[in-house]
Design a protein around this ligand. Sequence first.
Ligand code: 5AD
Ligand code: SF4
Length: 513
Amino acid sequence: KSGEKQKSGLVLFREKWYDYLIGVSMQQEGPDDHQIPLRRLRSMRQQTTRISPEDISRQLQYCREVAALSAARPAQPLAFVDTYGCQQNEADSERIRGYLREMGYGFTQDEEQAQIIVLNTCAIREHAEQRVLGNLGALVHVKRRHPEQIICVCGCMAQEAHVAEKIKQSFRHVDLVFGPHALWRFPEFIHTLLTQRGRVFQVAEEAGSISEGIPVVRQDRVKAWVSIMYGCNNFCSYCIVPYVRGRERSRDPQAVLAEVRELVEAGYKDITLLGQNVNSYGNDLDIGYHFPDLLEDIDKIPGEYLIRFMSSHPKDATYRLFDVMAKSSHVAKQLHLPVQSGNDRVLREMNRRYTRAQYLDLVNYAKRVMPGLVLTSDIIIGFPGETEAEAMDTVSLVEEVGFDALFTFIYSPRPGTKAAAMPDPATREEKQKWFDKLLEVQNAMSAKLHAAYVGETVRVLVDGKSDDPDYPLASRTEGNRLVRLKGDEALMGKFVDVKITGSNTWALYGEAL
Ligand code: 5AD
Ligand code: SF4
């Protein structure tokens, strides 16, 4: 009903606009035809596109042309980049902001002030998609007040053909839709919109692209993200990521090393290497260079900084990785190793390709070579066909491992994935009950592990302000545990020793020494 309302409202002010399609970008089939056959996707493995330096210079030329238009305006135009989802999206938004800065735009958090609004979206669970669609719907009214505004949707949802189709038909206030593969062409799209009227949809399915030299505007001055690879080949049966982010493709090690070196020289202290599965870094490069080699080389860069990475797939994590972590001086003794389930049948149905015993063996080895290792994980409760006993196997694994923290999710069907077609007899209430049990066990574990810090002296990196007036600073241990801190703002961005004076399930409390 509300869709109808939006549609009729929009026709009022956009009726003369026509659709301008760049390339073969839209699929016109019905809503259920968006699934890309698995075989075809897999065959795209070797077809990732390396974007040439000339192509990026052409985009920077578009930036200069748009900047000339920006300079002719009475005031500097502003852009609002709204990011949903994971760190990869945060990193992509930093590149979108980089391009926008080159196009002469400043930044705002207020959609009423923005000439360009970019929603960088997430498709991992239905809830994430609904939030985006709700916020996108609300922008109808904003745009009615500012008809010259350009509204863009990018990220993982944009790459789902049924979403792009829905936006095309029902969200006619959206001017530009582009998937992660086409991010490098953002200036060209904005140039088209500013110089010709119309809408741009660039959501063609492809194995993916990889590009160097896109400018970035980083959001933080202490912490930085460095993407080392893009895409995923794993096809876990519940997951939409391989469909929207394409096949695995690794950046050239020299480019990654140069970026980390630059960040360290610029004073960044906490650098996270990003990839859907960093443990398969280098497999597509065919140069016999893998993730542990990259970690070893990064560790040689001199300076006072920490290196983290995420995510790691257990099937590709090796003893060698943990040995390299253990002997390095900059790699944080922290590991995010998503297990998803503690039951072998469910793990098989999820297509995870490891067993509970193999996972336990890995974490036991990692803990042995890195005493004090901070270990976190992702868990899905209520996978199709999961029984109560199988969910309780996950709870018992969590008790056995003793994770410092967990990211827990109730299974959300993603259209087009294998799991979405599996029978799913358990009710929402049952799944919620299993989920609550898991949280109860984990919260008790986190509180216990945190309490053990009280009285200890630990080194932290002060990285922000806290909302607690008694503990005005936020900081992180090497293991990435939050420490709320009494201390002076001058400590911001510095490593300091702190005495831990208190704790609860979610945080530690301390005083700078
Ligand atoms: N439903 C619930 N959780 C999911 N995740 C990925 N896909 C789904 C889904 N369909 C979770 C996994 C993954 C994390 C990033 O999100 O636990 O590790
Ligand atoms: Fe999704 Fe599995 Fe790839 Fe992670 S490894 S992005 S869960 S398919």
